[in-house]
Write a new protein. Structure first.
Length: 551
């Protein structure tokens, strides 16, 4: 069946397999195309934004993902988790059948306390982090599980001593790496596995002591895809003077131009069966999915990991996650979730947010270990199911049933969210669509001379920690922290001249948009589905043609 997206106006297909899933989940068919559904979910997740504000329970100053002007109370996570501090059922209310569901749920959201951040213990010396679990000595790092001594990293697992990483796993002493696994002591790697002591690699596996290479397998002492002796390689690297910012900037540009001319695989997929999408590993029968690992029988998923089965339209993050539809930032031992966000260890929740260890709840927020609740009000089992069905019928009449929470209801400005990273909008475009927007606040004006940092890290002392630097790309001010300076010294890397936020955007732009296109292999003309649009200049190969090119 072909449908027209109610937001973008684009045509999209609902397959017979999709219909079976929707029927099993008891939901209506979507009115938005997959990309707009993803945008809507991602607009409920913020990562890089932190504000200094007061805890509305204790009055203490905290760092929170919520702005001080948020309409709802914000509690420090320790206060929010303490069942003796407040009871979420105190905010319960009856459902009003004369009004839309989303309008009433927005009112509930604005009175129930919200946790200041999404963090799972243990956390040590990592105040400037969010959406993290088991981290130590981490600074401005987000979406990290099991990390130590990290700075400016986002969405990673099992990391140690890494800076400026994005979607990396099992890495140590890595700098400016994107979508990499099990890499060590390397810089500027993209879509690489099991590589070490290397610089500027793309789509390489098992390589060591390589520089500026693409599509290599188990190689050592290669420079721009050419074999060198150990001595020649080491002399070449020494001559590049990579301890200088001017040289790093120059080599990065040269490598990107070199990499563009090399063959590109249609997608970064490893050990998959009957899948379409990009950045997939150990997946089976996953269609239109991205950044998935250990998933089966899923569709339209984005970043879902570890034993994820029979799920459609879920974004972040999985882990024993089954039979769920349209969720954002949900996971860990959960099943039968529909239209939920920030919920964990749950079963049979519908239109709920930030609920944990709960089951059979509808339209609730902030519940912990509850069941048979609607709008944070307790019911008997029989009354719960009877009222639930009546509300669903009401929502079908209002056109709300089967739709995720509108972006207009998100507690974040659109430009604060992950949606803005993957589906960027200008302020006027977002406001015209009714989305929120929050202008960046200038904390203080820069006072003093324009600091000129030495080109080489060898000439920089700890005095640089006292200085306010200026981003050469945006003009924004930024500072270094001591552990960051120590890392640059240890790795022989120059002080970056671009602020952390802009460096993050550069890493994001290295990845293709999460949208599939039909095009032909540039070698054999076979039909392929790829995130490389047909109008892009790269040579894109099917699986077999690509394998014939790697060495």
């Amino acid at each position: 069946m072909q449908k027209t997206c109610a937001v973008s106006g684009k045509k999209f297909i609902i397959t017979d397999e999709d219909k079976v899933f929707y029927e099993k989940m008891g939901v209506s068919e979507p009115t938005l195309c997959p990309a707009e559904r993803m945008r809507r979910r991602l607009a409920w997740r913020t990562q890089w934004t932190l504000y200094r504000r007061k805890c509305d329970k204790s009055g203490k100053t905290i760092l929170s993902m919520y702005h001080p002007d948020a309409p709802f109370p914000v509690y420090h996570l320790s206060e929010w988790r303490d069942d003796t501090k407040y009871d979420p059922l105190e905010y319960g209310r009856d459902f009003d059948f004369s009004r839309p569901f989303f309008e009433q749920y927005a009112e509930l959201l604005n009175v129930v306390p919200h946790p200041h951040a999404i963090i799972q213990d243990p956390i040590e010396n990592s105040e400037y982090s969010n959406r993290a679990a088991n981290i130590r000595n981490c600074y401005l790092s987000f979406g990290i599980s099991n990390g130590e001594d990290l700075m400016y990293c986002e969405t990673g697992f099992n990391l140690r001593d890494c800076v400026d990483g994005y979607m990396i796993t099992d890495c140590e002493l890595c700098y400016e790496c994107v979508t990499c696994t099990n890499c060590y002591a390397s810089c500027f790697l993209f879509q690489c596995q099991n590589c070490s002591d290397s610089w500027f690699l793309q789509n390489c596996i098992g390589c060591k002591n390589c520089f500026g290479c693409t599509n290599l397998r188990n190689k050592q002492y290669y420079f721009l895809n050419e074999k060198l002796s150990k001595e020649a390689y080491e002399e070449k690297i020494k001559s590049l003077e990579l301890h200088k910012w001017s040289q790093i900037k120059n080599m990065r540009h040269q490598f990107f131009e070199f990499a563009k001319r090399q063959p590109h695989k249609y997608g970064n997929v490893v050990n998959v069966e009957d899948c379409t999408g990009d950045d997939l590993k150990d997946c089976k029968n996953c269609k239109d999915c991205y950044d998935m690992e250990g998933a089966e029988d899923c569709r339209y998923g984005f970043f879902m990991k570890k034993n994820v089965h029979h799920c459609y339209d879920n974004s972040f993050w999985g882990n024993n996650f089954h039979h769920c539809y349209e969720t954002s930032s949900c996971g860990i031992d959960s099943e039968e979730l529909r239209f939920c966000f920030e919920s964990w260890h749950d079963q049979n929740l519908t239109y709920c947010g930030n609920c944990q260890h709960s089951q059979n709840c509808f339209g609730c927020y902030g519940l912990k270990k509850y069941q048979y609740c609607i709008f944070n009000k307790q019911y008997t089992k029989e009354d719960y199911f009877a009222l639930r069905e009546k509300i669903i019928e009401h929502m079908k009449k209002t056109g709300e049933w089967g739709e995720f929470f509108p972006i207009e209801m998100s507690p974040f400005g659109y430009n604060e969210t992950v949606a803005h990273e993957y589906f960027p909008l200008k302020k006027e475009e977002a406001l015209a669509l009714g989305y929120g927007w929050r202008d960046k606040e200038i904390q203080a004006e820069y006072q003093g001379v324009d600091v000129q940092v030495s080109d080489s890290i060898h000439d920089v002392t700890e005095d640089v920690l006292k200085e306010i630097l200026t981003c050469e790309k945006t003009g924004k001010n930024y500072r270094l922290v001591k552990s960051e300076f120590k890392f640059y010294k240890q790795m022989g890397l120059p002080i970056p001249r671009i602020c952390p936020e802009e460096r993050h955007l550069v890493r994001l732009n290295m990845r293709n948009p999460r949208i599939l296109h039909d095009r032909q292999c540039d070698q054999c003309s076979a039909d392929i589905k790829t995130t490389y649009s047909p109008d892009r200049p790269e040579k894109v190969y099917c699986e077999q043609c690509y394998l014939n090119t790697v060495t």
